[in-house]
Design a protein around this ligand. Structure first.
Ligand code: GLU
Length: 425
């Protein structure tokens, strides 16, 4: 049985919405989900498209398009990041919103799923332009967000500063400071200790658990990471500190390989100073696409979607793939990796550390009492270890791979709540 359709064109294969639907349908069929719930959970509840003006630095007005998709609120308010990128599409945001519902359910935190995005090229915009765009986008979606409705967070190309602007804009409209409307904020305005590195930390925990499950050891474990942004760089640093050997870092503009392990502290400092990993002396330059196919124990795609597709999956030599990004593997590629018996920790589990720490931030904001970093890291670790255990046990019990197990577990939890609440139809 398969969750990916090999007859798809590459365009269809790399459409994230198709990728989520393929896995969802497969898992729903396995669960014998009844038709009504199937249709309900396959369809995002709300899809908001906004076109809005922004005054650019040279005085002209530019029109931007933004999205906010709210997939499901059965288990709690919607939760999910906002990304800024020229490639954002409604289908992508839909898929990411659904993945947030499943991700929150897999780690059993009380949120539904949402995602937002603005089509823009943040690298070519000034700080002032980014601030004005963020504030206007926030005001366009303001009725739909709120601590009890939908709580945005950072995602690709957004950060603490973006969240500060959203929090401020929302608060100005509400005539009071509402810190819990977004997570991933700066520490001194309602942010949480440990949030910035939480996704990377979660990736490391997923790696540790995979090794434990497969009876492999950290010592000598060779890791290649694709992406050196927030998720990739934090995972790399924390893992190096734990004794993993990070032999490869693949970035958009080129890859680095060092058989003896790359010094991640030095690389992070180099990237901070130069804005790129290109030219770093602590490894040899290798094209990124080749680096992904190198021999290693763990491959961590930690950037964006569609990194492992039908084009390269057969050549991947890693024993374990831990998905730090959302949707890095297509449904067709899943089949190929399964045939090669590669152990996969799917995105909705492997990168759930970020939203879990967001949950802790939201709780702290609402109670007005802030926890020590050690408390957050300890709770994060316990919760992710338990979730990993839930997924692999579920996979064993139902004889499915980890991805389908994670979907089944999540869909089952959301469907259970919907049945309990009843459908207001
Ligand atoms: N954007 C992150 C994700 O994809 C974090 C979401 C959140 O913290 O709400 O999981």
């Amino acid at each position: 049985m398969s969750s990916g359709n090999p007859a798809l064109s590459l365009d269809q294969e790399i459409n994230p919405w198709e990728a989520q639907n393929a896995r969802f349908d497969f898992a729903a069929r396995k669960l014998n989900l009844d038709e009504g719930l199937w249709k309900l959970l396959r369809t995002p509840a709300r899809e908001l498209i906004v076109h809005f003006p922004v005054a650019m630095d040279d005085g002209h007005i530019e029109i931007f398009t933004g999205f906010r998709v709210q997939h499901n609120i059965a288990r709690g308010p919607c939760k999910g990041g906002i990304r800024y990128s020229p490639d954002v599409t409604l289908d992508e945001v839909r898929a990411l919103a659904s993945w947030m519902t499943w991700k929150c359910a897999v780690v059993n935190i009380p949120f539904g799923g949402a995602k937002g995005g603005v089509i823009c090229d943040p690298k070519s915009m000034s700080r002032g332009e980014l601030e004005r765009m963020t504030r206007r986008y926030t005001s366009e979606i303001i009725e739909f967000i709120g601590p009890e409705k939908d709580v945005p967070a950072p995602d690709v190309n957004t950060n603490e500063q973006t969240m500060a602007w959203i929090m401020d804009t929302y608060s100005m409209h509400m005539r009071q400071t509402v810190t819990s409307v977004v997570t991933g904020k700066p520490l001194d305005m309602g942010g949480s200790r440990g949030r910035i590195e939480a996704t990377g930390r979660g990736v490391m925990i997923a790696c540790n658990e995979s090794l434990r499950y497969l009876n492999m050891s950290i010592e000598g474990c060779r890791v290649i990471i694709q992406g050196f942004g927030n998720v990739g760089s934090n995972a790399a640093r924390l893992m190096m500190e734990q004794g993993y050997k990070i032999v490869g870092i693949a970035e958009k503009d080129g890859g680095l390989y060092n058989n003896n392990g790359i010094d991640i502290h030095q690389l992070a400092e180099y990237k901070y100073r130069n804005g790129t990993t290109l030219g770093f002396r602590g490894g040899e330059d290798v094209p990124s696409e080749e680096l992904l196919l190198n021999d290693c124990d763990i491959l961590i795609p930690a950037a964006t979607e569609n990194v492992i597709t039908s084009r390269n999956a057969a050549q991947i030599k890693a024993k374990i793939v831990v998905e730090g990004a959302n949707g890095p593997t297509t449904a067709v590629a899943d089949e190929i990796l399964a045939e090669k018996r590669i152990f996969i920790v799917p995105d909705i589990l492997a990168n759930a550390g970020g939203v879990t720490a967001s949950y802790y931030e939201w709780v702290q904001d609402r109670q007005g009492y802030f926890w020590k970093e050690a408390v957050i890291n300890e709770q994060l670790e316990t919760l992710l270890r338990d979730s990993f255990d839930d997924v692999v046990r579920y996979a064993e019990a139902h004889n499915v791979n980890n991805r389908i197990a994670a979907y089944m577990l999540a869909i089952d939890r959301v469907a259970f709540t919907i049945r309990q609440r009843g459908i207001y139809a």
